[in-house]
Design a protein around this ligand. Structure first.
Ligand code: SAM
Length: 355
């Protein structure tokens, strides 16, 4: 969908933006629910916000949409049969708003076929549609290893003992063109003990049975850190990102409990946006989360000195997400203050940081 802005004005936006303007200027016809120094959060259907963002002005779209489940969760999960058509109503604009070297990182959960211990393949169908119908390139499949995932569906795992536990979710990295901006030096990990030991002993140049040539320099550990896909010491398969999601006592959850506000039930860990924002963006770049929930993405982006935009349709979740910006000034819109709905539960000390 076009915003009516020509390519020149989009470029001007991007340039102007990089010099320190606020990202809410990209969406001048909508009032954010709240803003911070670097971002704006909208109480809106993401399609309304996406449609207004100029072409090519976003560096990274990172999100976890409601998944297609065979039972309805409380925040608008769409039935599997309709899921792809539903998601593509967002995806076309996601592609359009991305810069040519921009990326789209999509965290999506798998699902089961009703009544049987077999898996739905809806998420694979979505991947194919995003590439073949919308025009994204699949840059890399990553996986979020979540050891805290519940043994679901209980019927097949804990009652009839047929299936084993699921403990991964898919994190697909798409790019607008085949050449996304990315820098794995920004996400290096510590060297494993094994690698340091290898380096101390040294290794001979050799060719493995697989045919891979191992050079003597292979063992050098002076490159500043280990490339993440090689983190094998935790028995984590290649490309697997190991992150628990047990932030039961972080500032956000504590504040929600104290204020009597509902804690978002499907947050991803801050480590996930932290990893991809570092990998795929630079300081002052713009990150968008169209399904922001508790706005983990916006808060991480703010901390990493990126600009951000967030959309969320549930006011309680969006109001509570202000707790993620402890120590930063949060400006609530006049409308949000007037309606006062979930915010009345916010303690005066919390509101002192808001307008
Ligand atoms: C899986 S949650 C995202 C959680 C988030 N990653 C976090 O860490 O808190 C998906 C969110 O999308 C919101 N949502 C559903 N439909 C939406 C829409 N059309 N536009 C914007 N947000 C929507 C839901 O209310 C829900 O909070």
């Amino acid at each position: 969908m076009s915003t009516g802005l020509d390519a020149t004005s989009s470029t001007q936006f991007a340039l102007h933006f990089a010099t320190g303007s606020h990202p809410q200027l990209l969406v001048p016809t909508l009032t954010p629910y709240y803003t911070t120094a670097s971002g704006a959060a909208y109480l809106q259907d993401a399609r309304q916000v996406l449609a207004r963002i100029p072409d090519g002005s976003v560096n990274l779209v990172l999100t976890s949409p409601p998944y297609a489940l065979h039972f309805k969760k409380e925040y608008g999960n769409v039935d599997k049969d309709d899921y792809i058509a539903w998601f593509l109503t967002f995806a076309r604009d996601i592609l359009r708003v991305l810069a040519d070297d921009g990326s789209f990182v999509l965290n999506i959960g798998g699902s089961y076929n009703k009544g049987t211990p077999t898996r739905s393949i809806y998420h694979y169908k979505l991947l194919v549609a995003l590439v073949e119908e919308i025009g994204f390139h699949l840059a890399q499949e990553c996986f979020w290893y979540n050891p805290a995932k519940m043994p679901m569906p209980a019927e097949w795992v804990t009652v009839r003992r047929i299936r084993v536990r699921d403990s991964v979710e898919f994190v697909w990295w798409f790019s607008k063109t085949p050449w996304p901006k990315a820098n794995n030096r920004a996400v290096l990990r510590s060297y494993s003990k094994d690698m340091i030991r290898l380096n101390e002993r040294g290794i001979r140049a050799t060719t493995r049975p697989s045919g891979h040539a191992i050079r003597a320099s292979f063992d050098q550990v002076s490159a500043g850190g280990s490339i993440p896909s090689n983190v094998l010491e935790e028995d984590v398969p290649t490309d697997m990102l190991k992150m628990g999601n047990n932030a039961a006592n972080d500032h956000y959850t504590q504040r929600c409990k104290e204020a009597g506000l509902k804690i978002h039930p499907a947050r991803f860990p801050a480590t996930l946006p932290d990893f991809f924002i570092k990998l795929l963006t630079e300081t002052s770049d713009l990150v968008l989360d169209p399904f922001a929930g508790s706005n983990t993405t916006g808060a991480v982006a703010e901390g990493l000195h990126r600009h951000w935009l967030a959309c969320e349709t549930d006011e309680t979740y969006l109001a509570a997400s202000t707790f993620r910006f402890a120590g930063s000034e949060v400006q609530l819109s006049d409308d949000a203050i007037r309606r006062d709905a979930p915010l009345q539960a916010v303690r005066p000390t919390d509101r002192a940081t808001t307008r």
